[in-house]
Design a protein around this ligand. Sequence first.
Ligand SMILES: NC(=O)c1ccc[n+]([C@@H]2O[C@H](COP(=O)([O-])OP(=O)(O)OC[C@H]3O[C@@H](n4cnc5c(N)ncnc54)[C@H](OP(=O)(O)O)[C@@H]3O)[C@@H](O)[C@H]2O)c1
Length: 272
Amino acid sequence: MHEYRRLLDQRDPEQKLARGIRGRLDGIGYCLSVVVMTTTLITGANKGLGFETARQLIAAGHTVYIGSRDAERGRRAAEQLGTRAIQLDVTDDGSVDAAVKAIEADGGVDVLVNNAGIQEEMGDDNVVLGAADLTADMMRKTFETNVFGTVRVLHAFLPLLQRSIAPVVVNVSSGLASLTRVTTVGTSTYAYPGVAYPASKTAINMITVQYAKAFPNMRINAVEPGFTKTDLNRNTGLLTVEQGAENIVRIALVGPDGPTGGYFGAEGIIPW
Ligand SMILES: NC(=O)c1ccc[n+]([C@@H]2O[C@H](COP(=O)([O-])OP(=O)(O)OC[C@H]3O[C@@H](n4cnc5c(N)ncnc54)[C@H](OP(=O)(O)O)[C@@H]3O)[C@@H](O)[C@H]2O)c1
């Protein structure tokens, strides 16, 4: 009961608990049932998988912030979905800190989807550069967004997530992160020649595991959406964004008893 009170006090009663608190004092005990609205932030949600994830989570009843490094692109995407936009460049401390303040003032966040990502080694000709062409600059640029960006956002939003009754973090990884798959001869993952992108996603998997251990009250998982037709791969993917986003949404919707520290795709658990 005290825990409930404490949690209730931390939340904006109008925004978070508008869907009803039923209390009954019957002389024996206090019976309280709460239906909490879930607020979700998705980075890089102005297009691609992030945008579609936002659409599906809104349909599932979430209040969603469309994170976008470009304010105008974010505004247009949010308008299309009838939701809110937040300017958020994952490589920029000032942008992330301002987003934290704005979302905190608005009532906080329950679910964080770290979706923003780049695949630097794929050129305009759809050719993925391999190890022979990898430069430190390419590696740094990739990690700047995919790895340091994710950690920057996670670190900044942890205090808000910790105030949530059921905090969830989804780190959008990739099947290319799996060392098992990358070393399984004869698979498409084995055949992928790039280094920076898969290395950044393997780092995301490690970050997921370590954060999940550090914050057992949160559900923190890595997700492989599948090879999806988006700008990231010059629309060469095989899945539609609807199909790819479903895999992200499933993990975004895990409850407090759901898995944490896992790596999931369409077929369930993926080998590390
Ligand atoms: N598509 C696939 O087959 C596939 C497979 C496995 C994993 N993934 C992962 O899925 C996630 C989404 O990718 P996608 O396929 O939907 O690609 P996408 O259509 O290119 O979308 C990427 C999103 O990330 C944003 N972004 C890039 N750098 C950013 C930064 N510094 N700050 C904030 N946002 C930034 C982009 O914003 P702008 O519009 O401003 O560039 C865009 O909104 C990525 O993490 C990707 O690695 C994709």
